[in-house]
Design a protein around this ligand. Structure first.
Ligand code: ADP
Ligand code: GLC
Length: 468
């Protein structure tokens, strides 16, 4: 069964967040159970593309409103990944040194058209076209409506919503850029008098998935304006929990960490990684080390961090380390906290894949007080490295973390306020002091299986249910 994943991100090529991790792992697990899955993504001018050499497999010109645009389809000369990736190269438009910017309408629209033009002329017709997030969510519309792609109309489409906050809105003035269709169906593109790619995808895809069952339910109440659409389309919507790539995220083999460890060697292994972090960031290694890794945005509760951390560092004997970037005022406030809490608090404002691995490995607790968390991968990575998650109870966090007071292994809080975050951190500090229980718990969480195996099967069953 040939499956085409079309996405703006894919690890290890281009990563901004969890979308990359998912698209960089799911195809590999699908191929292990008999699919032929591959990825189509933009060719950006970034480290990965600069360091590798590519060959051209296709060249054509696409129609973009009144203009025509040249594009190439490239692949790696030598691919060491467990699945193929085809890169859509549109010189001058897609090949920037970033993935996203303020105005990406033309970039991702041209990307989607090029991807479909290429698929149209291939010898093999894919069994399923699987789109991810709003950057590729116009594909189900184009396939079902644009005259150009009439011969592909019977290919089932799946749209996975990784994050419904972002919808890719653009003005109806640009409608002519979409390959010609029967204009009486323009309503399929519209939501609240604007073109809304995510809404169009939800309307036109054969199936819509979200990345956890709880998030699917939450979207009916909070979907950044799309609640009624989600309710109306609920019969074709399903929540499938993400997995993690347990090869990349494996404390026994991870080459980014200071010392590898298993459940048998967890004590020494975590200590070596914690000591390295405490040394590098001037933190007290005798205190429980709590870390946050992620985008500093409202969805992650980041606006509450300065106040919550101030409270937590005053009330509890902890060390705290932050890795992330995002809202500039939050970044500034997190920098300022370094002064009063020297020796127990530090922050690295930026993106650092290697450091993140060391933090999952060396921390005692991982903080995730998200307001919205469609799935969340960090909490699953932390479990694999014996790091106890301290999380809010939303979306995928609700589906993967159970509180220690409810027979579980993590620390959960209902409210998302600075006081509640500080309280949860205090509970973590108390739990840490109970050495015996703490040690047993972290050995136990390393064995929780969140690998992709089960979810890859669920996707396969979903694909099989789609009849032409
Ligand atoms: P989201 O996609 O909403 O950002 P996820 O939990 O699904 O959240 O995935 C985030 C991914 O990005 C994880 O792999 C996490 O380790 C990584 N990540 C986030 N911020 C950073 C950062 N500043 N440096 C390194 N890795 C980061
Ligand atoms: C999004 C969500 C995150 C999810 C990731 C991968 O970025 O914010 O919760 O884990 O996609 O599906």
């Amino acid at each position: 069964m040939e499956i085409v994943h079309i996405s703006a991100e894919c690890y290890p090529v281009a990563k901004v967040g969890g979308l990359a991790d998912v698209v960089g792992a799911l195809p590999m697990y699908q191929n292990a159970i008999g699919c032929q899955s591959f990825v189509v993504m933009p060719f950006y001018d970034i480290l990965f593309t600069q360091k590798n050499t590519f060959k051209k497999v296709y060249h054509a010109t696409l129609k973009f409103g009144k203009e025509t645009i040249d594009f190439n389809v490239l692949t790696l000369k030598e691919n060491s990944l467990d699945f193929d990736i085809f890169y859509i190269d549109i010189p001058g438009l897609l090949d920037k040194n970033y993935v996203y910017s303020e105005n990406d309408t033309d970039r991702f629209l041209a990307f989607q058209i090029a991807a479909l033009d290429w698929i149209l002329q291939r010898e093999n017709t894919p069994k399923v076209i699987h789109c991810h997030d709003h950057h590729t969510a116009l594909i189900p519309f184009m396939l079902s409506q644009s005259y150009e792609y009439k011969s592909l109309r019977n290919i089932p489409t799946v749209l996975t919503i990784h994050n419904a906050q972002y919808q890719g809105w653009f003005s109806h003035e640009k409608v002519d850029l979409i390959p010609e269709f029967d204009f009486s169906n323009v309503g399929l593109l519209d939501w609240n008098q604007t073109i809304n790619p995510l809404a169009a995808g939800i309307k036109c895809a054969w199936k819509v998935t979200t990345v956890s069952p709880s998030y699917m339910n939450e979207l009916k109440l909070n979907a950044n304006g799309l609640e009624s659409l989600i309710k109306a389309e609920s019969s074709k919507c399903v929540g499938i929990l993400n997995g993690i790539d347990s090869e990349v995220w494996n404390p026994e083999k991870d080459t980014f960490i200071v010392q590898n460890f298993s459940t048998e060697t967890i004590q020494e292994g975590k200590k070596a990684n914690k000591d390295w972090l405490c040394d590098a960031f001037n933190l007290d290694p005798n205190r429980p080390l709590i870390v946050f890794i992620g985008r500093l945005v409202g969805e992650k509760g980041a606006d509450l961090f300065p106040e919550a951390f101030d409270l937590a560092l005053k009330n509890s004997d902890i060390s705290l380390l932050v890795l992330g970037s995002g809202m500039s005022d939050v970044e500034k406030e997190l920098e300022l906290l370094k002064v009063p809490f020297k020796g127990v608090y530090n922050a690295f404002i930026g993106y650092d894949e290697r450091l993140s691995h060391k933090m999952y490995a060396g921390a005692d607790f991982l903080l995730m007080p998200s307001r919205v968390e469609p799935c969340g991968l960090n909490q699953m990575y932390s479990l694999r490295y014996g790091t106890v998650p301290v999380t809010s109870k939303v979306g995928g966090l609700k589906d993967t973390v159970i509180d220690i007071n409810e027979g579980g292994f993590g620390i959960c809080h209902n409210e998302i306020t600075s006081e509640e975050i500080a309280n949860a951190i205090q509970r973590a500090a108390v739990f840490y002091k109970n050495t015996q229980e703490f040690e047993t718990n972290r050995r136990r969480i390393m064995n929780i299986d969140h690998s992709w195996d089960a979810s890859a099967e669920e996707y396969l069953n979903l694909y099989k249910s789609l009849k032409e």
